[in-house]
Design a protein around this ligand. Structure first.
Ligand SMILES: C[S@@+](CC[C@H](N)C(=O)[O-])C[C@H]1O[C@@H](n2cnc3c(N)ncnc32)[C@H](O)[C@@H]1O
Length: 253
């Protein structure tokens, strides 16, 4: 179990990886949205060079981009179990904490992965810096405005908030806009509804996020948290995601 206040680790066996692919519907829909944005903004001027899906897991974004006409991307991830589920795509087992595995990439795509790195802003700056002139960045990252109901409930219940720290959209935007020309930059607000706080925590656990899943809370703290979580129709609890989506390009100087 990860202690409170420490950054959760992403560790998955084969069974958990298959569960992630089944469970990650929100991540899948964001991948499709990002790929559609790429097609409508930058598809016609992709330059030659390496194309990577960073923290690509089972390749949801890489596959969505290929469906939109993009030549294949290499899926880069440190989970061998997830990479084994990326059908027909080149894969590379790699820890992004080491930096990028190639120099001068033509396309860096990444969805729901940057926030797992210990220093997301530093890594993002390095990714932008590494792009070749004319290189493209496609990014989706959940940001610090997420989980408002969960945070509010934790506060009211007097229990610690056990979610993962997320970067601020402003900080990410500042890094990107200092290096790239933006074709799209938008904060998505996506709501999910769960029958109970516990059902949501079980979902997080199936996604591989044991640290966010409330495991650190005692049963009585969990009951207090559930009571304080604002209820919607039919008693459902809302979970709010704030996701920054960016399509940018390194201007040829
Ligand atoms: C929420 S999943 C997203 C996967 C995929 N991009 C998607 O949208 O379904 C986060 C991914 O980041 C990967 N990841 C986390 N930390 C990493 C690191 N340091 N190096 C490489 N991959 C990492 C995990 O293995 C996992 O596949």
């Amino acid at each position: 179990m990860t202690g409170l206040g420490t950054r959760p680790q992403w560790v998955m066996g084969p069974g958990e990886a298959a569960a992630y692919v089944r469970e990650a519907r929100l991540q899948q829909s964001v991948a499709w949205r990002l790929a559609g944005l790429w097609r409508s903004t930058m598809a016609n001027r992709l330059c030659p060079g390496a194309r990577l899906d960073l923290g690509g897991g089972a390749g949801a974004l890489a596959m969505a981009l290929v469906q939109q006409g993009c030549p294949p991307l290499e899926v880069v991830d440190r989970s061998a179990s997830l990479l084994s589920l990326a059908p027909g795509l080149p894969v590379r087992l790699w820890d992004l904490e080491w930096g990028l595995p190639v120099a001068g990439p033509a396309l860096l795509a990444s969805s729901f992965a940057l926030h797992w790195l210990a220093q997301p802003l530093e890594h993002l700056g390095q990714w932008c810096q590494a792009l070749r002139p004319g290189g493209q960045l496609l990014l989706a990252v959940p940001t610090s405005g997420s989980f408002t109901s969960w945070r509010q409930a934790s506060h009211q219940a007097g229990v610690p908030w056990t979610g993962q720290p997320l970067p601020s959209a402003q900080g990410l935007q500042a890094v990107i806009s200092s290096q790239l020309q933006l074709h799209h930059c938008c904060l998505l607000h996506l709501n999910q509804y769960w029958p109970s706080a516990l059902a949501f925590f079980h979902h997080l656990k199936r996604l591989g996020l044991a640290a966010g899943s409330g495991e650190q809370l005692s049963p009585s703290a969990l009951r207090r948290l559930s009571r304080c979580w604002p209820k919607h129709s039919q008693g459902d609890v809302a979970v709010e995601w704030e996701v920054l989506t960016v399509v940018g390009e390194k201007v040829v100087s």
